[in-house]
Design a protein around this ligand. Structure first.
Ligand SMILES: [Zn+2]
Length: 267
């Protein structure tokens, strides 16, 4: 039977029957794939404890001749990212990103930019190099761009006035239209979210700036709250469902000991 070998991030692990696991993995070359790991549930020896969420594995699978999932033959640990799983809050962020990828991506659709983004973000989370709340904003903005769901933050979606020419510092956001709605064009529905001009510019920078430099951006606590509320409303709205992991993240974030974001330095 034909086999294939590829590096892959483990996104999801579901028990199948008494012995097996079905794994959802994300690869650079072939996007999201599902494989079955036989006897992985009971036998500790079979995959020697490497099938942990968010790890990068080098997997070898056998493709069945007829129907059925590819069967995992070997899995070697490439990047354990163990520090993520030791921290409840970091686990919640990684779970949210993994669920966004697993929910949105089609099977076997190459999404190499998204793969590289996810790996970069998981590495940042693992090494405690950046504020995880900031990483979460970066991931969501760039995920939306790759998914073709990028919010229009450049001008009012009704009167087309550009961001820098808007009379008021704070704009609304029209979720169904996916764009800013200026003060003059009013708010006429319940799906309105408010954003200040400074936060909008910072979000634009997170989406477009050099990935190695955007992590240095500092949000005020008010800006962080605004950006967080906006993205965590916008993403589920356009995904068509509220990710379960986002509910968990929302529950545990306030009770974890999170240092307050530093005072804004601008971009
Ligand atoms: Zn307007």
């Amino acid at each position: 039977m034909p086999t294939f070998t590829t590096p892959a991030v483990l996104l999801r692990r579901v028990e199948y029957g008494d012995f097996d696991l079905i794994l959802t993995l994300f690869t650079e070359a072939t996007g999201k794939i599902s494989v079955i790991a036989k006897h992985a549930k009971k036998s500790k020896k079979r995959f020697a404890g490497v099938l942990e969420l968010f790890t990068i594995l080098n997997i070898t699978c056998q493709t069945p001749r007829r129907s059925g999932l590819p069967v995992l033959q070997e899995a070697q640990l490439e990047e354990p990212f163990a520090a993520i799983r030791e921290n409840m809050l970091h686990t919640a962020y990684a779970s949210y990103w993994a669920e966004l990828v697993a929910t949105w991506a089609e099977e076997a659709q190459q999404l190499d930019r998204l793969y590289r983004l996810l790996v970069f973000m998981l590495a940042g989370l693992d090494r405690h190099q950046m504020d995880p709340a900031l990483l979460n904003l970066i991931f969501q903005m760039r995920f939306l761009d790759i998914a073709g769901l990028c919010p229009n933050l450049n001008y009012c979606c009704v009167c087309k006035t550009g961001l820098d020419n808007l009379a008021h510092h704070v704009s609304g956001f029209d979720l169904p239209r996916g764009g800013l709605r200026c003060h003059c064009c009013g708010e006429d529905d319940e799906t309105h979210v408010c954003l200040s001009r400074g936060t909008i510019k910072q979000l634009q920078w997170l989406a477009e700036g050099d990935l190695n430099r955007v992590g240095r951006l500092r949000f005020s606590s008010q800006g962080m709250n605004e950006a967080q509320r906006f993205l965590e409303t916008f993403v589920p709205y356009h995904l068509g469902k509220e990710p379960r992991s986002l509910k968990v993240l929302r529950q545990i974030r306030p009770v974890m000991n999170v240092p307050a974001p530093a005072v804004a330095e601008g971009r």
